[in-house]
Design a protein around this ligand. Structure first.
Ligand code: F6P
Length: 358
């Protein structure tokens, strides 16, 4: 093992820099290896754009969100679009040749399901790959936790706390729309930590009339204001999710968003109580990385480097039974994790009187 390469793919996520730092520091200080980083995710990878990563480069990045390497959430080297309108081309053999020419002995792919799936496919072709799981959505089945989730919860709860003072002053119902795609983890934890009266998850379609009755009753019983945590993937019973845009050139083209604005109008109309919606959007994954995610990302990065040194390729670092461990990339991808509707956390919230809209 002489040289390793790191690539960050998919949407940016707090903790990516902490992983880059952990891999780099372990590789250089413990194993005396060279480290390079591919720039702009799989786009830069296909185009053979890379740069060396030194200890100086990672000195001040532990707390910084985003990724110093840049990323792309619309590129797949196995179905690569040279321009947005061109036909997909399989560039994987060229990528492998480029890595071999550079002397890369192991590629670390740090990303969510899409990034890890391409990692698995390079591994199937015999190239040494190790995956590290990131996503603020926490929806990868193969690991109990992904880095980035804790920071996103912290950011969303901070926003909810701020919205409470204005909700209280105006005695309003305040809807807070939270990311997470088709999984409700981010909304569930944010809703509990942000003292929401109701939490709407993609996994539990809501009944508009019952939700309005609940909110009205709360207000009539003297509650000054109501916070409602709404997942961007929430949908009414027998209804559909709200799509904000279709990104045609992205492998996963649907972007959710906007359900809370629609719902706020409906709630105000039915209850007669002033209702406002705030879509938190990308603020959830911006800014500083939480202390928890800094530690988790560091553990994941170091474990990834150790797997590489053992020659234990084709694996993804994972949290299993509370311990940093690993699984195969084959098992890790293609299986998303939803909130079980009767899980402990949902039960805990229900015991506190939180309404889930069912
Ligand atoms: O997967 C992370 C995530 O932030 C989702 O929660 C959200 O739906 C999506 O990415 C937003 O994607 P984009 O950054 O392309 O708008």
């Amino acid at each position: 093992m002489r040289k390793v390469a790191i690539l960050t793919g998919g949407g940016d996520c707090p903790g990516l820099n902490a992983v880059i730092r952990a891999i780099t520091k372990t590789a250089i200080t413990k194993y005396n290896l060279d480290v390079i980083g591919y720039v702009d995710g799989y786009r830069g990878f296909v185009e053979n754009r890379w740069r060396p990563i030194t200890l100086n480069d990672v000195e001040d990045i532990l707390d910084k969100g985003g990724t110093i390497l840049g990323t792309s959430n619309s590129d797949n080297p196995f179905k690569f679009l040279k321009t947005r309108d061109s036909e997909p081309v399989d560039m994987s053999d060229i990528c492998i040749k480029q890595m071999k020419d550079l002397g890369v002995d192991c590629l670390f792919v740090v990303g969510g399901d899409g990034t890890l799936t391409s990692g698995r496919d390079f591994s199937r072709k015999g190239f040494p790959v190790i995956g590290v799981p990131k996503t603020i959505d926490n929806d990868l089945n193969a690991t109990e936790v992904t880095f980035g989730f804790n920071t996103a919860v912290t950011n969303a709860v901070d926003a909810m706390d701020k919205l409470k003072t204005t909700a209280e002053s105006h005695k309003r119902i305040m809807l807070v729309e939270i990311m997470g795609r088709y999984a409700g983890w981010l909304t569930l934890e944010t809703g509990i930590a942000g003292a929401a009266s109701a939490i709407l998850l993609p996994e539990i379609p809501y009944d508009l009339d019952k939700l309005c009755d609940f909110l009205k009753e709360k207000t009539e019983n003297g509650q000054k204001y109501c916070m409602v945590a709404v997942s961007e993937g929430a949908k009414p019973k027998n209804g559909e999710v709200t799509i904000s845009r279709i990104v045609g050139y992205s492998p996963d083209s649907v972007r959710l968003g906007g359900v809370s604005n629609k719902l706020a109008r409906e709630i105000e109309e039915k209850t007669g109580i002033e209702t406002r919606a705030t879509v938190l959007g990308h603020i959830q994954r911006g800014g500083q990385t939480s202390a928890y995610d800094r530690v988790l990302s560091t553990k994941y990065g170091v474990k990834a480097m150790e797997l590489a040194m053992e020659g234990n390729f084709g694996k993804m670092v994972a949290m299993i039974d509370g311990k940093v461990s690993y699984t195969t990339l084959e098992e890790a991808v293609g299986q998303l994790k939803n909130v079980p509707v009767d899980c402990d956390l949902v039960q805990t919230a229900k015991s506190m009187g939180v309404y889930f809209g069912e």
